[in-house]
Design a protein around this ligand. Structure first.
Ligand SMILES: C[S@@+](CC[C@H](N)C(=O)[O-])C[C@H]1O[C@@H](n2cnc3c(N)ncnc32)[C@H](O)[C@@H]1O
Length: 216
């Protein structure tokens, strides 16, 4: 009888344990789910440095549609663009490296990426892109330039040899910072190796992006 009581108590405890585990499972959302990530992106409190939602979605579509597997972003800020591109790189089975010089931004970027479970797909590289890019190993097929506008050509030159034919190079703010990026645009538009178009992107920022396809 006493033994029976112990068994009943043990079963009850196991039942409570299972119920508690199930409840805590319910309370803990799947941060990698599409719904969770969409909500995170929707609730993101933008500061002026962050890419706009529309531009970030454009980047995501570019990565996914081009099937890119290895990307570089220059200028992560708080990783709003990197989260959007990271979702596409994850779907492509690829990875993104995003370079950021400001330690506070690096911290915020890493926290935001971890909050949506993208920390393995997107690596935040802390440092000055002008020093870091030359040392990045391997080949790449997608680049997003978004740091110092007058350095865009330098960034491109530092990664250009690592870019496979079929790579896509996107650069932000080329309308409002047209003067600062003039050498960069001249280079791309006069090179036989690239097809380049300038598109109006963010309506909010009244700005645009250049999109280049590396043919060879
Ligand atoms: C416009 S914000 C980037 C926005 C980001 N791409 C996004 O999608 O939200 C530019 C960032 O470039 C960083 N930056 C400026 N100079 C840099 C450099 N030499 N190397 C790396 N990052 C740099 C700034 O600290 C800043 O966070």
């Amino acid at each position: 009888m006493e033994r029976c009581g112990i068994v009943i108590a043990a079963l009850a405890a196991a039942g409570i344990g299972a119920a508690l585990a199930a409840r805590s499972e319910e309370a803990r959302p799947d941060i990698t789910s599409e719904a969770f990530r969409n909500q995170f992106i929707k609730d993101f409190k933008h500061i002026s440095l962050d890419t706009t939602a529309g531009d970030a979605m454009f980047l995501r579509i570019m990565v996914e549609a081009s099937g890119a597997k290895r990307g570089i972003e220059v200028g992560a800020a708080r990783a709003f663009g990197a989260i959007n591109m990271g979702i596409a790189f994850e779907r492509n089975g690829g990875r993104l490296w995003t370079v950021e010089i400001d330690p506070d931004m690096v911290k915020a970027a890493r926290e935001n990426l971890a909050a949506v479970g993208l920390e393995k797909t997107v690596t935040v590289v802390e440092g000055d892109a002008l020093k870091v890019l030359g040392g990045m190993e391997g080949e790449y097929d997608f680049v997003f330039l978004d740091a110092v506008k007058s350095d865009y050509l330098k960034y491109l030159k530092l990664v250009e040899k690592k870019l496979k034919p079929g790579s896509v190079v996107v650069a932000d703010n080329v309308i409002r910072s047209a003067k600062a990026v003039q050498d960069f645009l001249d280079y791309l538009q006069n090179s036989p190796d690239y097809d380049t178009v300038i598109i109006r992107a963010s309506m909010e920022k009244n700005d645009g992006m250049s999109v280049s396809y590396k043919k060879r």
